[in-house]
Design a binder for this molecule. Structure first.
Ligand code: ADP
Ligand code: MG
Length: 335
């Protein structure tokens, strides 16, 4: 409610930059009402997810605003995809510090507009506030899935194959490159890694197609080891990952090739936003067909087995010699 120094009023801001993003979604009422209406398609139910990004925690204060907007939206779309949901719309809560400029908001809205076209979603509402703290963006995304068919974390069974989409570790290596920790890697090789860190690619075209195939599913945000650990925990199983089968992009292969210790970062680093899922071995042919149709690699990397239902050994990662890799850090946590 308190106006930011350099910004037009709250309602002016909404009318100018956010209301146009609701056009085409009837239940958003042009962002002129108190709330929005979302109706699922026949036989479907709504899947919701919210995730916030904070300046200085998830992005740097001088990152391009459009890219910050896209990341804030995409991390939510990635969760919907992992649940098998088709994205429909999203809400946006903005906490803006007084130094925020109108140019920043305009670029931010442009980033959203780009991704709305890419992913077929609309903005349906939100909240705008001034804050004495860092710039904070909370998105809540809504998708739909056939009733009762959401992909859960807890459906894996012993013997299931573990699959992962795309490639793993690019984002954590991109962050390392930005930190100057890949000194021998040239700029052209590092660029796609950095791009992956800055702008995740949610697997929205794969997620809904996993219904009927995947027994359990999660998106990789905290790291392969940690997120597979989440499936193990709720499925009450252990997992074995064959390190050499984990799919790496060619720049990632180069970075790991010059320093094997970076493999640990790849296996435990976060921000990949790929889908990690389990499926019965008999489904492998269908998984391969899905990869061919979508043009996105889907790689078997290990299997689920009975084992310790808790403790750090739930996820065992093997190196090329079949020896367990014991990373110092299992994945990202805030606290
Ligand atoms: P209320 O006073 O009822 O809480 P607001 O004045 O906060 O509502 O918001 C007015 C309208 O603008 C609502 O439809 C709300 O969803 C929308 N809105 C506010 N901020 C945003 C935002 N950052 N993005 C999208 N819609 C927003
Ligand atoms: Mg109201």
């Amino acid at each position: 409610v308190t106006p930011c120094g350099t910004l037009p009023g709250e309602f002016e801001l909404i009318a100018r930059y956010f209301a146009p993003l609701s056009k085409g979604f009837e239940g958003a009422y042009g962002l002129l009402d108190d709330a929005a209406v979302v109706a699922p398609g026949a036989g479907c139910e709504i899947v919701v997810k919210t995730d916030a990004v904070i300046a200085g925690v998830h992005f740097l204060p001088d990152d391009p605003a459009g890219q910050v907007a896209q990341k804030a939206l995409r991390v939510n779309l990635s969760d919907l995809a992992a649940k098998g949901a088709v994205p429909l719309c999203y809400m946006l809560d903005l906490m803006l510090p007084p130094a925020t400029t109108e140019d920043w908001v305009a670029a931010f809205a442009q980033g959203l507009a780009r991704d709305q076209r890419t992913f077929g979603v609309h903005l349906i509402g939100g909240d705008t506030n001034a804050t004495p703290g860092p710039l904070t963006i909370a998105v809540m995304a809504l998708g739909q899935v056939e009733r009762g068919r959401i992909l859960r974390r807890d459906g894996a069974r012993a013997g299931d194959v573990i699959f992962v989409t795309g490639t793993v570790g690019d984002a954590v290596l991109g962050l390392a490159a930005l930190d100057g920790a890949l000194p021998e890697i040239d700029g052209a090789t590092a660029a796609p890694l950095i791009e992956r860190y800055r702008l995740p690619l949610p697997r929205v075209s794969i997620g809904p197609r996993l219904i009927g195939l995947a027994t359990a599913s999660i998106d990789i945000s905290d790291g392969l080891a940690a997120d597979l650990g989440h499936i193990c925990e709720v499925s009450k199983l252990a997992a074995v990952v064959e390190g050499p089968r984990v799919p790496l992009s060619s720049p990632a292969r180069r970075a790991v090739g010059t320093d094997r210790s970076r493999l640990e970062a790849v296996l435990t680093g976060g921000d990949d936003y790929e889908i990690l899922f389990t499926a019965q071995a008999e489904a492998s042919g269908s998984v391969e067909a899905l990869a061919r149709e979508t043009g996105i690699a889907i790689t078997p990397i290990g299997h689920m087995r009975a084992g310790p239902a808790d403790g750090v050994d739930r996820v065992v990662m093997l190196d090329a010699a079949g020896e367990p890799i014991r990373p110092a850090r299992r994945g990202w946590t805030h606290f």
